[in-house]
Design a protein around this ligand. Structure first.
Ligand code: KIV
Ligand code: ZN
Length: 541
């Protein structure tokens, strides 16, 4: 049986596999904000990125290693293909972290070997110990993944895994890369590895899975029953295609059904010891931060973090819940940090009150960021009577979207109505502060604003998503707008909140445009789609 840490380790890959979702790319400040929140959430490992992809990715992993990988913080991990250059770059990026890990991988399924890597099984058997050994010479903690393990020949997997462990891998990860497995098959695969790999007791068994058939979480729970002790997952389940296994669902599954899962850890059924180290009260906040910064809106009926997850609409259910919550509720909303959205501040609140509330909410801002947050708070307080925690979160999450902005919104004004042609006047400023203004007519006020901004920036793109939702209840609530733009087949998102939805839309559009310009300026390699060239895994052959 694989090494057992006695509980489940949570390996969060929101910043690596999650960020590979179309349109979810994040800037350095945003990645840092998410990494800091993941540390507060209590994840064991943060996969901070794929450092070889670009200078931007390298810089983000390095910064996270420096600022989050300190003290009792999580292990900071970087992904590297099985190539010397990838591995060395990864090792340099994670260097500042106290606890660091290199995660290296190569595909093992015949489909991937033949069509993607164009390599034989023999070549893979040569590369794996070479590259794992090389990674081990740079850091103590090495994880090895067999990409597309779910469709690999198990006998071949056993051989590869044995070699990886002998070369120094202390975590072996089994990805269901294309989300093809069913729970019983995936459980069997883990069981087989545990039984057939002779040195498996020297490594922790980990699982990684995609949600193409909606089975990722179920597959992981089955894997735990068969000895997996590390789960690779993302906040809100974001990731390639249909996404990855959702962290919040796994954690709450293990929390709510602890009595059932305890037996697989050799514990008494009623053992109260948590099965993960996650602070569940941080789940809602983490989900909102990731959704706001990536522009990946959470569906209302999403388990644990969807807007409806704790709402009881039908009269029968409401009646039952009022008599006894247990009738229709298996989770107390407070367990996941869903509070009563308590009113915290108002027009007369001072800077220290705002700072104190932000600190309570987990936002430790530097002087400059606090000044900006306070100015935005004051502006909002002029328009909205009570400022809630959700409002404050919306203000702060927007701030981190801005740093390398190409354009700033200076003015937006619209005229519209049932007898008017919707017209927008917009002023934007470039990096040097040069302002330009124009007016445009559209099918509606938001359309007019977007046309005006595009005219000013001179950028062609396609608006493919526009969504508005209210941050809190009440007529003076802020509206949160998410916008997704497409150019050259790539998606870019922007998010903003304001009591005026047209202003929020204009700002969200500018945020998306800034991201588009920054994204196009930095060429980035995809870790899984690129064939390993002579710069890659061939290096060792
Ligand atoms: O899905 C996958 O196989 C991956 C690996 C790189 C771990 O993301
Ligand atoms: Zn993946």
């Amino acid at each position: 049986m694989a090494r057992d840490p006695g509980r489940v380790l949570i390996f969060d890959t929101t910043l690596r596999d999650g960020e590979q979702s179309p349109g979810a790319s994040l800037n350095l400040e945003e990645k840092l904000a998410i990494a800091q929140q993941l540390a507060r959430l209590g994840v064991d490992v943060i996969e901070a990125g794929f450092p070889f992809a670009s200078q931007g990715d390298f810089a983000a992993v390095h910064r996270i290693a420096e600022q989050v990988g300190i003290g009792e913080g999580p292990i900071i991990c970087g992904l590297a293909r099985a190539s010397e250059k990838d591995i060395k770059t990864c090792s340099d990026a994670i260097a500042p972290a106290k606890n660091k890990r290199i995660h290296t991988f190569i595909a093992t399924s015949d489909i991937h070997l033949k069509h993607k890597l164009k390599k034989s099984r023999e070549e893979v058997l040569y590369i794996v110990p070479e590259m794992v050994g090389y990674a081990k010479s740079l850091v103590e903690d090495v994880e090895f993944s067999c990409e597309d393990a779910g469709r690999s020949d198990p006998e071949f997997l056993y051989e590869v895994i044995e070699l990886a462990i002998s070369a120094g891998a202390s975590t072996i990860n089994i990805p269901d890369t294309v989300g093809y497995s069913t729970p019983s098959e995936f459980g069997e695969l883990i069981n087989g590895i545990n039984k057939k790999v002779p040195n498996i007791d020297e490594a922790i068994l980990s699982v990684h899975g995609h949600n193409d058939l909606g089975l990722a979480v179920a597959n992981f729970l089955e894997a735990i029953k068969n000895g997996a002790r590390q789960l690779e997952c993302t906040i809100n389940g974001i990731g390639e295609r249909a996404g990855n296994a959702a962290l919040e669902e796994l954690v709450m599954g293990l929390h709510v059904r602890r009595r059932y899962f305890n037996q697989f850890f050799g514990r008494a059924t009623d053992s109260p010891t948590p099965l993960t180290a996650i602070r569940t009260e941080e789940l809602t906040k983490t989900s909102r931060l990731v959704s706001n910064l990536t522009g990946m809106v959470v569906q209302p009926n999403k388990a644990i973090v969807g807007a409806n997850a704790f709402a009881h609409e039908s009269g029968i259910h409401q009646d039952g819940v009022l008599k006894n919550r247990l009738t229709y509720e298996i989770i107390d909303a407070r367990t996941v940090g869903l509070t009563d959205n308590r009113i915290s501040l108002g027009k007369l609140s001072g800077r220290s009150a705002v700072r104190a509330r932000l600190e309570e909410l987990g936002y430790d801002l530097n002087r400059e960021d606090l000044n900006e947050a306070f100015a935005r708070f004051k502006d909002l307080a002029d328009r909205k009577r009570d400022i809630t925690d959700r409002d404050l979160e919306a203000i702060v999450s927007e701030q981190v979207q801005q740093p390398e902005a190409s354009y700033q919104l200076r003015l937006v004004q619209v005229s519209c109505g049932n007898s008017l042609k919707p017209t927008a006047t917009v002023t934007i400023a470039d990096k040097d502060g040069n302002e330009k203004s124009t007016a445009a007519v559209g099918t509606g006020p938001v359309d007019a604003v977007c046309i005006a901004i595009n005219d000013l920036a001179g950028e062609q793109n396609e608006l493919i998503e526009f969504s508005v939702k209210s941050v809190t209840e009440g007529i003076d609530a802020m509206g949160e707008v998410t916008i997704r733009l497409r150019r050259n087949g790539k998606l870019y998102s922007g998010h903003s909140a304001d009591t005026d939805v047209v202003v929020a839309a204009a700002q969200a559009f500018i945020n998306a445009l800034n991201r588009l310009l920054a994204g196009e300026a930095s060429l980035s390699i995809h870790p899984q789609k690129d064939v390993l060239t002579t710069e890659g895994a061939n290096a060792g052959v």
